[in-house]
Design a protein around this ligand. Structure first.
Ligand SMILES: [Zn+2]
Length: 445
């Protein structure tokens, strides 16, 4: 199998993917906390890790892709209370809305989408074990993780003890032993809450994810753990610390983090209103364009959204679509089957080099140039056209760029035959009229 190298945030090196089980790859991507509509920045991991999943599947790996829904959180409790509904109803509503966006950008729904509410027994048992092992302590119904017990703490965010202590919030520090200790369990008296031996409450976010990984994967760890760059610390650092405490091993072989999204060179921010909701962007420009913009930049580099970027992406995408559709129609007129695929080394090599979708798209445009050249040739080389068509089709499938081409009906074929006949007898009035009809049907682009 082709070797794949991915940048590991833990080692800060590109590492060869070496799955726990040969031929199988397990991927866990932290999903959204479902209390509102997501913005375009939240769609970046949805697109990036979907391409990773599609690419590894294409190479022949049996990929298991899991992404959770955090359906217990203070923000959910507050919002449900505001809207006079239950946390479950609110979560279900925003999960449905989120999945509409996931599909609109052409991403596959994960194989498993665990929810916190479905893993409460394991979460309580997990915390109980950490308490028994001395990795956690209870303070008045809250349970905290004893960070000092994990000597490697800071290994993922690459911060030392002093930096971590200085950066730790002292706010809400109710009897913590050290400021960087984090909550595994929070005592609550309002909203959704669960019973436990340490009192009624709800779990902390970092504990939810690590337990869902434990429960969902046979080896209690994954080959690849992904998420936005902002999750590296504290979320992933704390997931890893708990896992080391529980299993005395790492949680993931490779930790991948995608970069942010900027709007007109500024960070998106809810407080300044400089934010674009995914559903609004998709309604205006379409999900495929959003996907294209996100893939045109390497996933670890920030993506900047502005008018110029959008216009260029729209033009580039239209260039791809026009050549792809023209080739598909021409080939159907030759009566050849469009079922097939074809790999090119340069394209696969780009994706094997830390999922470089920007370089992969450059390869797409090279093939599009070839396609256009072949389409202009007279007589046209059908075999060459078919090869290039299979190449571009394979590339678009791996990148998840969903560009449809029409399937010719008998009626369409008759029209094309009339068109050819009119041209052959040099009846340009008739051929122009038929050409107009073919254009209206989207068959001449
Ligand atoms: Zn997580």
């Amino acid at each position: 199998m082709r070797e794949v190298y991915l940048y590991n945030s833990l080692s800060q090196l590109k590492e060869k993917l070496q799955p726990i089980e040969p031929g199988k790859v397990s991927i866990y991507v932290c999903g959204p906390t479902v209390y509102g509509d997501v913005h375009i920045g939240n769609m970046r991991p949805v697109v990036v890790f979907d391409v990773l999943r599609r690419y590894l599947t294409h190479l022949g790996y049996d990929v298991r892709f899991v992404s959770n829904y955090t359906d217990i959180d203070d923000k959910i409790i507050v919002k449900a209370n505001e809207l006079d509904t239950t946390e479950q109803e609110l979560a279900a509503r925003y999960i449905a809305a989120y999945e509409v966006n996931v599909k609109a950008v052409g991403s596959l729904i994960p194989h498993v989408t665990p929810k916190v509410t479905e893993h409460m027994d394991s979460i309580v048992a997990f915390i109980q074990t950490l308490l028994e092992k001395g990795f956690a302590y209870e303070v008045d119904g809250d349970v905290y993780f004893r960070v000092e017990k994990i000597k490697s703490y800071g290994e993922l965010s690459h911060m030392d003890r002093d930096q971590l202590l200085a950066g730790a919030s002292v706010e809400g520090n109710h009897g913590k032993e050290l400021p960087f200790d984090f909550a595994l369990w929070k005592k609550t008296t309002m909203g959704i809450r669960f019973p436990s031996s340490f009192g009624e409450g709800r779990p902390g976010w970092h504990t939810e994810c690590v337990v869902m990984i434990n429960d969902t994967f046979a080896h209690h760890r994954v080959d690849i753990h992904g998420g936005g760059f902002d999750l590296k610390f504290p979320h992933h650092e704390n997931e890893l610390a708990q896992h080391r405490a529980f299993h005395a091993q790492g949680l993931a072989s490779i930790w991948m983090h995608n970069g942010f999204i900027n709007l007109n060179d500024e960070k998106m921010s809810k407080s300044t209103g400089a934010i674009v909701l995914a559903k609004d962007f998709i309604a205006k420009y379409g999900g495929t364009l959003l996907r294209y913009v996100l893939l045109a930049t390497h996933y670890r580099i920030p993506v900047n959204f502005n008018d110029e970027v959008l216009i260029n992406a729209k033009n580039d995408l239209e260039k791809i679509r026009l050549a792809y559709v023209a080739a598909a129609i021409r080939l159907q007129r030759f009566d050849v089957s469009l079922d097939g695929q074809r790999d090119t080394d340069a394209f696969l090599q780009s994706l094997s080099d830390d999922l470089n979708t920007a370089n992969a798209l450059t390869e797409v445009h090279t093939v599009i140039k070839n396609l256009n050249k072949i389409l202009r040739q007279n007589p046209m080389m059908m075999e060459t056209l078919l090869n290039e068509f299979f190449t571009i089709k394979t590339m678009l499938t791996i990148l998840g760029l969903d560009l449809h081409y029409p399937t010719l009906t008998p009626d369409d074929r008759a029209l094309f035959a009339d068109y050819d006949a009119a041209k052959a007898r040099q009846d340009y009035v008739a051929s122009d009229a038929i050409r107009q009809r073919l254009m209206e049907r989207g068959l001449i682009v």
